[in-house]
Each structure stands twice: as structure tokens, then as C-alpha cells.
Design a binder for this molecule. Sequence first.
Ligand SMILES: [Zn+2]
Length: 59
Amino acid sequence: MIQPKPFKFACPKCGYSKVVKPKSDVLNPLDMMGACPKCKTKMERKELNVFDNITSIFR
Ligand SMILES: [Zn+2]
């Protein structure tokens, strides 16, 4: 079984970002997080960098 990797959604317009840890039963996380909650711009999926991984996993 493949462990789902956390990733980040970032809004290209206002800079809002959110780390998402997908569960195995979620087929498409983009369905839950398609638009920025602040400005409704479509959010982009970003891979986490090393720093993001450290801060998110131990939170
Ligand atoms: Zn935004």
C-alpha cells in the first residue's frame, strides 16, 4: 500500500496556502479544496519542500 504524501495547495493570487494530508479513501483531494477560501481563485497543487514536511508532520 502506498502511503499518501502530504502536499500543499497555494493560491497564486493572494498567497493563501494550506497543507493537505490525503487519506487513502480520498480519491481526488482537489474536489475538497478547489478554490481559495479568501478570494475564490483556483488553487494550485504544490509539492511540499523539506521545510514544509518537517513542520506539518509533527504538528
Ligand atoms: Zn486567494
